[in-house]
Design a protein around this ligand. Sequence first.
Ligand SMILES: NC(=O)c1ccc[n+]([C@@H]2O[C@H](COP(=O)([O-])OP(=O)(O)OC[C@H]3O[C@@H](n4cnc5c(N)ncnc54)[C@H](O)[C@@H]3O)[C@@H](O)[C@H]2O)c1
Length: 436
Amino acid sequence: MSESRLAASIRDRTARIAIIGQGYVGLPLAVEFARRGYRVVGVDTDLDRVGALQTGQSCTPDLQSDDLLALIRGGRYEATADSAVLEDSDVVIICVPTPLRKSKDPDISFVVSAGTEVAARYHPGQLVILESTTYPETTEELLLPIFRAKGATVGEDFFLAFSPERIDPANPTFKVKDIPKVVGGVTPACTRLAATLYGQIVPRVHQVSSPKVAELAKLYENVFRNVNIALANEFALMCRRMGVSTKEVIDAAATKPFGFMPFYPGPGIGGHCIPVDPLYLSWKLRLDGYESRFIALADEINRAMPSYVVEVTAEALNEQRRCLNGARILVLGVAYKRGVGDIRESPALEILKRLRDKGAEVSYADPHVPSVVVDNTAFKAVEPSADALGAADCVLILTDHPEFDYRQVVDLAPLVVDTRNATWGMPAPLGNVVAL
Ligand SMILES: NC(=O)c1ccc[n+]([C@@H]2O[C@H](COP(=O)([O-])OP(=O)(O)OC[C@H]3O[C@@H](n4cnc5c(N)ncnc54)[C@H](O)[C@@H]3O)[C@@H](O)[C@H]2O)c1
């Protein structure tokens, strides 16, 4: 299929779309294309996930199961583990994980394996887009050669681009359809086709000159967040020494209507993006003999936050003539952020471990995470009932899920350590709330 025929099939919604990886990123994207009238196949190697999706069970907070079921029944969406469907696809979008190895080097194996599957079933005229966050030049250094080895000529008989995913799971304001896309193709034709595709589902597509620029744009977004969170975290340490509330200071600074964007401290950073992506960039630059200093410092500060939270908790107990050893600590929230059940890289896991190592009796409540394993010990979530709050020596808020009743927490818990400002502004007559 030529560029013009593929563009026409994208515009008239007859192009068949396959999305590899049906997680937080791939599933909402697949559904958005399906809602706009495309026939979309979601491909995933996780058989349990595929089974759940086939029966209409969503695995992301951004999609109601009823909506998924309606698209399946309408013949717009199907999930499969069989990559043979790629043969019939005009557009293939890759949304697989890009984690770190234990050594903190990029683990790009999922991208390689997905790319190899696509290339094995490649047919002339396909548009292939990588959305996984990755180091600069992945698209051209890693994916392109896999297709070249199959005899494909980019920009002529197949089209390759990078377009970073920017989803923020559980964000009530910005869903896939609301977030502008950046696209960078290997050739101008690749960029044009990718822009035409995303132009069908988002309000704005920003074209850049190469996949490398698009890859770097995504990394810069996440480095920006990572560094600013680190700044807020270090600022919290400073404010504690100065005896003032960090939030009060940041809120005051945020009244400036230009040149300032507020970030707030927390127990550390988690999830698949902010703690991970900057290290993809620093790894790549290290190959070129350059050490990225901001990324290293931010990583150091953010990774020290879990032990800082334990220190603050121990000091708060000490003020009440108690010690951490033997203290009953009820942790509220173990997910890495509000409203989701994602515990990847969640700082709560390290905090739970450190508290236990110091002899605390730890339990946790999280409406989104029924169980966790910490240091080979399985924990089941408990209900944050009035009895449980009152029986704890300390309630430690690590994730500000909207489901928790913070008023009740402040009223009933003898001590509250609030790392998320969830109880901010609530009168605490007992003086029992300590914030970061
Ligand atoms: N989660 C976020 O908030 C977010 C935001 C922006 C970007 N990203 C990036 O998007 C990418 C995907 O992240 P995610 O959160 O959706 O991951 P996820 O773990 O939720 O989903 C990835 C899915 O890919 C599947 N998979 C892995 N290898 C596969 C293969 N070879 N073929 C088919 N399926 C395969 C897995 O089984 C899994 O279901 C990552 O690069 C991530 O950094 C994530």
